[in-house]
Design a protein around this ligand. Structure first.
Ligand SMILES: NC(=O)c1ccc[n+]([C@@H]2O[C@H](COP(=O)([O-])OP(=O)(O)OC[C@H]3O[C@@H](n4cnc5c(N)ncnc54)[C@H](O)[C@@H]3O)[C@@H](O)[C@H]2O)c1
Length: 250
Protein backbone atom coordinates (compact mmCIF):
# COMPACT_ATOMS: atom_id res chain seq x y z
CA UNK A 1 0.00 0.00 0.00
CA UNK A 2 0.88 3.65 -0.48
CA UNK A 3 3.46 2.96 -3.21
CA UNK A 4 4.09 5.95 -5.47
CA UNK A 5 6.33 4.41 -8.12
CA UNK A 6 5.97 6.24 -11.42
CA UNK A 7 4.42 9.33 -9.82
CA UNK A 8 5.98 12.79 -10.00
CA UNK A 9 5.65 15.08 -6.97
CA UNK A 10 6.43 18.79 -6.58
CA UNK A 11 6.90 20.12 -3.05
CA UNK A 12 7.14 23.81 -2.16
CA UNK A 13 9.17 25.10 0.77
CA UNK A 14 11.19 21.89 0.74
CA UNK A 15 14.55 23.22 1.96
CA UNK A 16 13.72 22.27 5.52
CA UNK A 17 11.00 21.42 8.01
CA UNK A 18 7.78 19.73 6.94
CA UNK A 19 8.46 20.30 3.23
CA UNK A 20 11.78 18.47 3.39
CA UNK A 21 10.22 15.64 5.43
CA UNK A 22 7.35 15.34 2.93
CA UNK A 23 9.70 15.27 -0.08
CA UNK A 24 11.80 12.52 1.52
CA UNK A 25 8.75 10.48 2.54
CA UNK A 26 7.23 10.69 -0.97
CA UNK A 27 10.58 9.63 -2.45
CA UNK A 28 10.79 6.66 -0.06
CA UNK A 29 7.48 5.49 -1.54
CA UNK A 30 9.00 5.69 -5.03
CA UNK A 31 7.92 9.09 -6.34
CA UNK A 32 10.31 11.27 -8.31
CA UNK A 33 10.38 14.63 -6.54
CA UNK A 34 10.84 18.22 -7.63
CA UNK A 35 12.01 19.99 -4.49
CA UNK A 36 11.56 23.75 -4.50
CA UNK A 37 12.14 26.68 -2.20
CA UNK A 38 12.62 30.40 -2.56
CA UNK A 39 15.93 31.72 -3.92
CA UNK A 40 18.63 31.81 -1.25
CA UNK A 41 17.34 28.73 0.58
CA UNK A 42 19.71 25.83 -0.04
CA UNK A 43 18.01 22.68 -1.30
CA UNK A 44 21.25 20.65 -1.12
CA UNK A 45 20.47 18.75 2.09
CA UNK A 46 16.97 17.77 0.91
CA UNK A 47 18.25 16.77 -2.52
CA UNK A 48 20.92 14.58 -0.92
CA UNK A 49 18.38 12.85 1.33
CA UNK A 50 15.90 12.33 -1.49
CA UNK A 51 18.65 10.94 -3.73
CA UNK A 52 19.64 8.52 -0.94
CA UNK A 53 16.19 6.91 -1.22
CA UNK A 54 17.01 5.91 -4.82
CA UNK A 55 14.29 8.13 -6.30
CA UNK A 56 14.93 10.79 -8.91
CA UNK A 57 15.11 14.39 -7.73
CA UNK A 58 15.32 17.88 -9.22
CA UNK A 59 15.90 21.09 -7.25
CA UNK A 60 14.28 24.30 -8.52
CA UNK A 61 14.18 27.82 -7.09
CA UNK A 62 10.58 28.85 -6.53
CA UNK A 63 9.25 31.76 -4.54
CA UNK A 64 5.58 30.87 -4.57
CA UNK A 65 4.62 34.58 -4.55
CA UNK A 66 6.23 35.10 -7.97
CA UNK A 67 4.11 34.22 -11.03
CA UNK A 68 7.14 33.91 -13.34
CA UNK A 69 8.90 31.57 -10.92
CA UNK A 70 5.74 29.47 -10.60
CA UNK A 71 5.54 29.07 -14.38
CA UNK A 72 9.30 28.40 -14.60
CA UNK A 73 9.18 25.69 -11.94
CA UNK A 74 6.32 23.87 -13.65
CA UNK A 75 8.16 24.10 -16.97
CA UNK A 76 11.34 22.65 -15.40
CA UNK A 77 9.32 19.82 -13.82
CA UNK A 78 7.76 18.96 -17.19
CA UNK A 79 11.15 19.08 -18.94
CA UNK A 80 12.70 16.77 -16.36
CA UNK A 81 9.88 14.33 -15.62
CA UNK A 82 7.06 14.95 -18.13
CA UNK A 83 4.34 16.07 -15.70
CA UNK A 84 3.36 16.66 -12.08
CA UNK A 85 1.00 14.14 -10.46
CA UNK A 86 1.26 15.26 -6.85
CA UNK A 87 1.51 18.86 -5.64
CA UNK A 88 2.37 19.54 -2.01
CA UNK A 89 1.63 23.18 -1.19
CA UNK A 90 3.73 23.41 1.92
CA UNK A 91 5.52 26.80 1.74
CA UNK A 92 4.33 29.03 4.51
CA UNK A 93 5.25 31.74 6.98
CA UNK A 94 4.05 32.62 10.46
CA UNK A 95 5.15 35.95 11.92
CA UNK A 96 2.98 36.38 15.00
CA UNK A 97 1.47 39.83 15.55
CA UNK A 98 -1.59 40.58 17.62
CA UNK A 99 -4.64 42.16 16.01
CA UNK A 100 -3.68 45.69 17.01
CA UNK A 101 -0.15 45.33 15.62
CA UNK A 102 -0.87 43.73 12.23
CA UNK A 103 0.30 45.88 9.30
CA UNK A 104 -0.97 45.68 5.74
CA UNK A 105 2.47 44.47 4.62
CA UNK A 106 2.38 41.61 7.12
CA UNK A 107 -1.18 40.77 6.03
CA UNK A 108 -0.24 40.73 2.33
CA UNK A 109 2.93 38.71 2.86
CA UNK A 110 1.02 36.00 4.75
CA UNK A 111 -1.82 35.75 2.26
CA UNK A 112 0.51 35.78 -0.75
CA UNK A 113 2.73 33.05 0.69
CA UNK A 114 0.28 30.84 2.54
CA UNK A 115 -2.70 31.04 0.17
CA UNK A 116 -2.25 32.86 -3.13
CA UNK A 117 1.05 31.26 -4.18
CA UNK A 118 -0.18 27.71 -3.73
CA UNK A 119 -3.55 28.51 -5.27
CA UNK A 120 -2.05 29.78 -8.52
CA UNK A 121 0.57 27.05 -8.60
CA UNK A 122 -2.30 24.59 -8.37
CA UNK A 123 -4.05 26.41 -11.21
CA UNK A 124 -0.96 25.82 -13.41
CA UNK A 125 -0.64 22.17 -12.44
CA UNK A 126 -4.33 21.16 -12.52
CA UNK A 127 -4.43 21.05 -16.36
CA UNK A 128 -1.56 18.52 -16.32
CA UNK A 129 -3.56 16.38 -13.92
CA UNK A 130 -6.78 16.82 -15.92
CA UNK A 131 -4.95 15.61 -19.03
CA UNK A 132 -3.99 12.41 -17.22
CA UNK A 133 -7.27 12.18 -15.24
CA UNK A 134 -5.28 11.68 -12.04
CA UNK A 135 -3.87 14.05 -9.48
CA UNK A 136 -3.31 14.74 -5.82
CA UNK A 137 -3.12 18.23 -4.37
CA UNK A 138 -2.16 18.37 -0.74
CA UNK A 139 -1.84 21.56 1.23
CA UNK A 140 -0.22 21.89 4.62
CA UNK A 141 -2.87 23.92 6.40
CA UNK A 142 -2.73 23.97 10.20
CA UNK A 143 -4.79 23.41 13.29
CA UNK A 144 -4.71 27.24 13.25
CA UNK A 145 -7.18 27.07 10.37
CA UNK A 146 -9.67 25.28 12.62
CA UNK A 147 -9.22 27.14 15.90
CA UNK A 148 -7.99 30.55 16.98
CA UNK A 149 -4.57 31.13 18.51
CA UNK A 150 -4.15 34.51 20.22
CA UNK A 151 -1.28 36.51 18.74
CA UNK A 152 -1.58 35.15 15.21
CA UNK A 153 -4.89 36.29 13.69
CA UNK A 154 -3.49 36.68 10.17
CA UNK A 155 -1.81 33.27 10.10
CA UNK A 156 -5.02 31.66 11.38
CA UNK A 157 -7.04 33.49 8.72
CA UNK A 158 -4.74 32.26 5.92
CA UNK A 159 -5.00 28.68 7.11
CA UNK A 160 -8.78 28.84 7.45
CA UNK A 161 -8.86 30.14 3.88
CA UNK A 162 -6.64 27.27 2.73
CA UNK A 163 -9.12 24.78 4.20
CA UNK A 164 -11.98 26.44 2.29
CA UNK A 165 -9.98 26.58 -0.95
CA UNK A 166 -9.23 22.87 -0.58
CA UNK A 167 -12.91 22.04 -0.05
CA UNK A 168 -13.98 23.97 -3.13
CA UNK A 169 -11.21 22.97 -5.54
CA UNK A 170 -11.79 19.35 -4.53
CA UNK A 171 -15.43 19.73 -5.55
CA UNK A 172 -14.50 21.25 -8.90
CA UNK A 173 -11.79 18.77 -9.88
CA UNK A 174 -13.07 15.45 -8.49
CA UNK A 175 -14.57 14.57 -11.87
CA UNK A 176 -11.05 14.61 -13.33
CA UNK A 177 -9.65 12.08 -10.85
CA UNK A 178 -8.01 14.82 -8.80
CA UNK A 179 -8.37 14.97 -5.03
CA UNK A 180 -7.61 18.12 -3.06
CA UNK A 181 -6.97 17.78 0.67
CA UNK A 182 -4.99 19.33 3.46
CA UNK A 183 -3.04 18.16 6.47
CA UNK A 184 -3.59 20.24 9.60
CA UNK A 185 -0.68 19.75 11.99
CA UNK A 186 -0.41 20.81 15.57
CA UNK A 187 2.94 22.25 16.67
CA UNK A 188 6.04 20.61 15.23
CA UNK A 189 9.48 21.86 16.16
CA UNK A 190 10.89 23.45 13.00
CA UNK A 191 12.62 26.68 12.02
CA UNK A 192 9.14 28.29 12.08
CA UNK A 193 8.34 27.39 15.69
CA UNK A 194 11.57 26.59 17.53
CA UNK A 195 12.11 30.08 19.00
CA UNK A 196 8.57 30.23 20.45
CA UNK A 197 8.73 26.65 21.71
CA UNK A 198 11.91 27.49 23.66
CA UNK A 199 9.76 29.76 25.86
CA UNK A 200 8.74 27.44 28.74
CA UNK A 201 5.41 29.25 29.29
CA UNK A 202 4.45 28.90 25.64
CA UNK A 203 5.63 25.28 25.51
CA UNK A 204 3.57 24.33 28.55
CA UNK A 205 0.49 26.10 27.04
CA UNK A 206 0.99 24.04 23.87
CA UNK A 207 1.61 20.71 25.60
CA UNK A 208 -1.36 21.34 27.87
CA UNK A 209 -3.57 21.52 24.78
CA UNK A 210 -2.32 18.32 23.10
CA UNK A 211 -4.01 15.28 24.69
CA UNK A 212 -1.27 12.97 23.38
CA UNK A 213 1.11 15.05 25.52
CA UNK A 214 3.85 15.86 23.02
CA UNK A 215 4.59 17.79 19.84
CA UNK A 216 4.14 16.13 16.45
CA UNK A 217 7.21 15.14 14.42
CA UNK A 218 7.90 16.13 10.80
CA UNK A 219 7.74 12.45 9.86
CA UNK A 220 4.21 12.15 11.29
CA UNK A 221 3.06 15.04 9.10
CA UNK A 222 4.85 13.55 6.09
CA UNK A 223 3.10 10.20 6.66
CA UNK A 224 -0.27 11.96 6.33
CA UNK A 225 0.96 13.59 3.11
CA UNK A 226 1.97 10.18 1.72
CA UNK A 227 -1.43 8.74 2.60
CA UNK A 228 -3.29 11.57 0.84
CA UNK A 229 -0.98 11.24 -2.18
CA UNK A 230 -1.60 7.53 -2.51
CA UNK A 231 -3.87 5.62 -4.87
CA UNK A 232 -5.52 4.16 -1.76
CA UNK A 233 -6.77 7.61 -0.71
CA UNK A 234 -8.85 8.08 -3.88
CA UNK A 235 -12.08 8.47 -1.87
CA UNK A 236 -10.62 11.07 0.47
CA UNK A 237 -11.41 14.46 -1.05
CA UNK A 238 -12.05 18.04 0.17
CA UNK A 239 -10.81 16.86 3.54
CA UNK A 240 -8.59 18.34 6.21
CA UNK A 241 -6.74 15.62 8.06
CA UNK A 242 -5.83 16.78 11.56
CA UNK A 243 -2.53 15.48 12.87
CA UNK A 244 -2.78 17.24 16.19
CA UNK A 245 -2.86 14.61 18.91
CA UNK A 246 -6.45 15.67 19.61
CA UNK A 247 -5.98 19.43 20.21
CA UNK A 248 -8.88 20.47 17.97
CA UNK A 249 -11.30 18.00 19.58
CA UNK A 250 -11.54 20.23 22.63
N1 LIG B 1 5.84 23.75 12.37
C1 LIG B 1 4.60 23.77 12.80
O1 LIG B 1 4.33 23.68 14.01
C2 LIG B 1 3.45 23.86 11.82
C3 LIG B 1 2.17 23.59 12.30
C4 LIG B 1 1.10 23.68 11.42
C5 LIG B 1 1.32 24.02 10.10
N2 LIG B 1 2.58 24.29 9.67
C6 LIG B 1 2.74 24.65 8.26
O2 LIG B 1 3.64 23.77 7.66
C7 LIG B 1 4.30 24.40 6.55
C8 LIG B 1 5.80 24.21 6.72
O3 LIG B 1 6.21 24.86 7.91
P1 LIG B 1 7.55 24.47 8.69
O4 LIG B 1 7.20 24.34 10.10
O5 LIG B 1 8.26 23.36 8.00
O6 LIG B 1 8.34 25.84 8.53
P2 LIG B 1 9.83 26.16 8.10
O7 LIG B 1 9.99 27.63 8.34
O8 LIG B 1 10.78 25.23 8.75
O9 LIG B 1 9.82 25.87 6.54
C9 LIG B 1 9.04 26.63 5.66
C10 LIG B 1 9.72 26.64 4.31
O10 LIG B 1 8.91 27.44 3.43
C11 LIG B 1 9.78 28.27 2.71
N3 LIG B 1 9.11 29.48 2.25
C12 LIG B 1 8.73 30.57 2.96
N4 LIG B 1 8.25 31.51 2.15
C13 LIG B 1 8.31 30.99 0.89
C14 LIG B 1 7.97 31.49 -0.39
N5 LIG B 1 7.48 32.73 -0.56
N6 LIG B 1 8.17 30.69 -1.46
C15 LIG B 1 8.67 29.45 -1.32
N7 LIG B 1 9.05 28.94 -0.14
C16 LIG B 1 8.86 29.71 0.95
C17 LIG B 1 10.91 28.61 3.66
O11 LIG B 1 12.05 29.05 2.96
C18 LIG B 1 11.10 27.29 4.38
O12 LIG B 1 12.07 26.47 3.76
C19 LIG B 1 3.84 25.85 6.59
O13 LIG B 1 2.80 26.05 5.66
C20 LIG B 1 3.32 26.02 8.00
O14 LIG B 1 2.37 27.04 8.09
C21 LIG B 1 3.65 24.22 10.50
Amino acid sequence: MFQLDGKIALVTGAAKGLGAASAIALAKQGAAVVVTDKPGESLDATIERVRATGSRVLGVELDVRDALQRAGAVRRAIEAFGTVDILVNNAGINRPASGLDVTEDLWNEHFETNLKGGFFLGQLIAPLMIERQWGRMIWISSQSGLIGIPGQPVYCATKGAVIQAVRTLGLEWAKHGITVNSVAPTFVETHMTSRRLKDPTFLSFVLGKIPVGRLATPEEIAAAVVFLASREAAMVNCHTLSVDGGWTAW
